[in-house]
Structure formats: structure tokens, C-alpha cells
Design a protein around this ligand. Sequence first.
Ligand code: CA
Length: 231
Amino acid sequence: MSEVDILVVEDEAPIREMLELILGQAGFTIRSAAEVRQAASLLEQRRPDLVLLDWMLPGVSGVDWARQLRRDRRYSDLPLIVLTARGEEEDKVTGLDSGADDFITKPFSPRELIARINAVLRRYGKGEKPALISAGGIVIDPERHQVEIERHPVNLSPTEYRLLEFFLTHPDRVYSRGQLLDRVWGSNSFIEERTVDVHIRRLRKILARFGRDAMIQTVRGFGYRFSAQTH
Ligand code: CA
């Protein structure tokens, strides 16, 4: 198994140390920096497999640096995940054009962090053999693209598969149709937002066979939320 090298950029020492601990325990090789200048010099020394950077940093912000990296031909394809705090949620819209592959809102669980790092790495064809992703009776084998619901194999189209995988790795948050298009279909796709509804409907139909369609919730005026805890 090849080593996966992650560069962490976070100015708050306790959070940085926590990230080093979580990622180290998950088997990643970590280098960390407290601000962008220091991170840039680590980046020059050796190209990491992924950069995990905080939005709010002293000097150049994480989002601004992400933008700079995307414009740099050497790093335009470097996997980037941006950490945000709750209050910065609204800024996500402006952050989307930063080219970051994912945004993780603090506080997050170690499990969620690792799952999302692995999801981004997989998108780039990197990373360790992926673990199974599971929630609420649904089990996804990302390597084989196989899905089981309550131990019954189900067939999904590639788009429905990606949508379900996105939901399982991004639970309990609301995503607009536009955000889902960006994250599941890719920001270069020119697809109408209505398409999202069509695929959500199909996915719900499949989940309904197992009485689990309530896991995909419509949030009126905004979009959709996946939650494994349905009561
Ligand atoms: Ca910060």
C-alpha cells in the first residue's frame, strides 16, 4: 500500500494537533503548517496527495490560497479540502468557485473527516483500498461500486450511485440542487437543476422498497438532506 501524504494548514494549535492525531491514526503521513507561507514552502519541498486547509488563516485565507493553487498549472489537480466554521457556512457559495473539492464544517467527527478525505482521494484515483461506507442499513463498497440495503444487493445507475455515496459521506446537512450538481455531477456539467429531482426520485423509489425513503428529506426552498436517523 502506498503512503498517502496530507498537508494540513490550520493556525489554531489545538485543532492542528487534533488533525495530526486523527490523520496519523488513520495511517496518513502528515505535514502541517500554521499559515499559507509556511505551507507553500512545504508544498514546494514535496507534493502532497491532498491539502486540508482551514478557511480562516492569518494573512492569506485558505480559500484564497485554494484559488491561487488552482491557477497554478502544477497544482491545478491537487486534491483540496477546506475546513470551515459554522458562521462561515453562508460563505460557501462564494467558496465554491475556489476550486476546493470539499468543505468540512467544524466540529466534525474523526469518522466523517476520514470518510470525506478518502472520498476525495478516490475521485482522484488515489488512496488506500477504501473501506465500506455504511449508514442506516445501507452498505456501499466503493471499490466495487456495489450497494446493499439490508443485505439485499441493489442496482443503481452510475449517477444514482454517486448521489447515494455523496449523501452517505455528507449526512445531516442540507445541499441545494446547485450544490449537488457541482459535487455529484461535477462543476463543468451543464445540466438543469430539475435533473437532480429526477435522480432523487429514483433513489427514493429504491429506498422505499426497504421503507427507507424518508432518509432523503426535501428541505423546502433549499434542497435535500440525507439522514440515517429517521423517526
Ligand atoms: Ca483558523
